[in-house]
Design a protein around this ligand. Sequence first.
Ligand SMILES: *[C@@H]1O[C@H](CO)[C@@H](O)[C@H](O)[C@H]1NC(C)=O
Ligand SMILES: *[C@@H]1O[C@H](CO)[C@@H](O)[C@H](O)[C@H]1NC(C)=O
Ligand SMILES: *[C@@H]1O[C@H](CO)[C@@H](O)[C@H](O)[C@H]1NC(C)=O
Ligand SMILES: *[C@@H]1O[C@H](CO)[C@@H](O)[C@H](O)[C@H]1NC(C)=O
Ligand SMILES: *[C@@H]1O[C@H](CO)[C@@H](O)[C@H](O)[C@H]1NC(C)=O
Ligand SMILES: *[C@@H]1O[C@H](CO)[C@@H](O)[C@H](O)[C@H]1NC(C)=O
Ligand SMILES: *[C@@H]1O[C@H](CO)[C@@H](O)[C@H](O)[C@H]1NC(C)=O
Ligand SMILES: *[C@@H]1O[C@H](CO)[C@@H](O)[C@H](O)[C@H]1NC(C)=O
Ligand SMILES: *[C@@H]1O[C@H](CO)[C@@H](O)[C@H](O)[C@H]1NC(C)=O
Ligand SMILES: *[C@@H]1O[C@H](CO)[C@@H](O)[C@H](O)[C@H]1NC(C)=O
Ligand SMILES: *[C@@H]1O[C@H](CO)[C@@H](O)[C@H](O)[C@H]1NC(C)=O
Length: 431
Amino acid sequence: MFISALTVAALSSTAFALNNGVGKLPAMGYDTFNAFAGNYNATDVLDQALAMEKCGLAAAGYNIIILDDYYALKKRNASGYMVADPVKFPDGLPALSEQVNKLGFKLAAYGDNGYETCGGYPGSYGNEERDLKVLSSDDLIADGETDIPADNITEQNMLGRYTRMSNAIEAVAQEIGVTFELSLCEWGWQQPWVWGRRLSQAWRIDGDIKPYWSAIAAIIDQVSFQYWASGLYGHNDMDILEVGNTGQGTPPGNMTYEETKSHFTAWALMKSPLIIGTDVANATQQTIDILGNRDLIKINQDPNVGESISPFRWGVNPDFVSNSTHPAEYWSGNSSYGVVFMILNSQDRPAQMAFNLTESWAIRAGQQYHVYDMWQHKMTGLAVRNMTFELPAHGVAALLLTDAGPEPAYLNGSCAVYYQCAWPNGTYISN
Ligand SMILES: *[C@@H]1O[C@H](CO)[C@@H](O)[C@H](O)[C@H]1NC(C)=O
Ligand SMILES: *[C@@H]1O[C@H](CO)[C@@H](O)[C@H](O)[C@H]1NC(C)=O
Ligand SMILES: *[C@@H]1O[C@H](CO)[C@@H](O)[C@H](O)[C@H]1NC(C)=O
Ligand SMILES: *[C@@H]1O[C@H](CO)[C@@H](O)[C@H](O)[C@H]1NC(C)=O
Ligand SMILES: *[C@@H]1O[C@H](CO)[C@@H](O)[C@H](O)[C@H]1NC(C)=O
Ligand SMILES: *[C@@H]1O[C@H](CO)[C@@H](O)[C@H](O)[C@H]1NC(C)=O
Ligand SMILES: *[C@@H]1O[C@H](CO)[C@@H](O)[C@H](O)[C@H]1NC(C)=O
Ligand SMILES: *[C@@H]1O[C@H](CO)[C@@H](O)[C@H](O)[C@H]1NC(C)=O
Ligand SMILES: *[C@@H]1O[C@H](CO)[C@@H](O)[C@H](O)[C@H]1NC(C)=O
Ligand SMILES: *[C@@H]1O[C@H](CO)[C@@H](O)[C@H](O)[C@H]1NC(C)=O
Ligand SMILES: *[C@@H]1O[C@H](CO)[C@@H](O)[C@H](O)[C@H]1NC(C)=O
């Protein structure tokens, strides 16, 4: 089943729909789907909020709780309104919203731009403004799922149906002064990285994630071709996190610790929304430490630099070749805090990884750099010209490099890429 379409957070503001200050940085929060699918109620949602507050994930920046599909009744009421399931939510959604607000979270919800959600609940096609208003009065938004109507009925494609939702968001903003953050999902079928930014603050780029390394590697491979689409106010959505789901679900998730670290590193540095999808109330300290990695969250939430890291070398395969089991391994980018590197071992065994600093566009030749390790959370030394280290199978290094002044004088005359350096007389320096 496909799930997780629009994630919408209602934010009180007098500004209007898009370009209104909403969604500048990737959303951070919780979504019910990966851990609970359709099997959750008000108690479960509140338990997640309580657990996130207690274990420090709220303080780390996670501040939205998204109800995925299955919170409504299957039929609209006689006046055409969606109704929250009174068995699952006996006190109603406004009461739940109030409870999670007290814990520092906004309540948000999933909706659908078609006639039905993936789970067969009411979609919002033709009811966009009505549904948004109900959600805003509850201080939340619904997102819907995409049960795609026959095109001969709506005469719209994905762009058209999401345009309706986006226009409704703008109209509701003008009418009642409530803004929404819209995260859309059509699984990357119609290149949302091209048009998603016009209509939303985030767009899913791929099919649904699974708690296995093969799924994580395939999504990273996808981003290696679409990283350029992320920036401030618009984000590639790599899907809800599977951190913590090892041993959970059917068939059970089976990511190793190293794989889980690589998963979180990629999502954070590629500027994906960071949406927790595990049962936090039952999570291990290791899971909480990964989700709460403040060094990576700081880069994900960089207020000045919205761009994703990008690959500078593929590694196992030729550059610019898609390979879902061996995605690009060598990535870098800028941040307000230094030059970021993500080095990923895509192989099933430990591997030695090595690169020249100047392969990254953001490094200045002739400088040496302090190295900060974003998993060890400490400075680990000085990088001069190149770095070499071993990574475990599917392991990752997440490094932040800061300028440490000119490299030692004894090194001059050498050059990483011979045709990029010449003596003053014009002759190439060829080591
Ligand atoms: C939610 O479900 C749990 C069982 O999974 C139950 O103990 C709890 O009372 C339910 N809460 C509500 C509000 O129905
Ligand atoms: C349908 O729900 C809306 C919104 O909650 C409410 O205002 C309306 O009275 C309901 N209509 C019926 C027939 O129950
Ligand atoms: C739309 O297409 C479906 C499937 O091809 C067909 O059954 C239906 O009659 C068509 N409806 C209209 C209004 O043309
Ligand atoms: C992980 O689980 C998936 C799904 O059951 C399976 O296809 C895959 O082979 C498993 N991977 C390992 C390394 O056990
Ligand atoms: C909590 O996690 C353990 C270990 O992964 C698992 O065996 C147990 O079923 C989980 N309990 C609940 C309530 O999810
Ligand atoms: C991915 O790369 C591996 C290693 O080079 C190769 O064996 C495999 O055939 C490639 N897969 C695809 C789909 O290109
Ligand atoms: C990196 O971003 C910072 C903050 O915006 C900026 O000051 C700096 O010039 C950027 N560096 C590069 C190499 O783009
Ligand atoms: C790495 O740089 C050092 C200088 O710091 C140089 O001596 C060494 O040959 C370089 N190694 C590689 C593999 O380029
Ligand atoms: C070598 O470095 C020194 C300063 O450390 C500089 O004066 C000199 O021009 C450099 N030589 C070359 C060939 O780059
Ligand atoms: C790294 O730099 C060395 C010279 O120090 C050069 O021989 C080598 O080709 C470079 N490798 C890459 C991948 O740029
Ligand atoms: C250019 O300068 C370099 C370094 O001084 C020297 O080795 C080389 O022979 C010179 N080339 C020519 C054509 O003069």
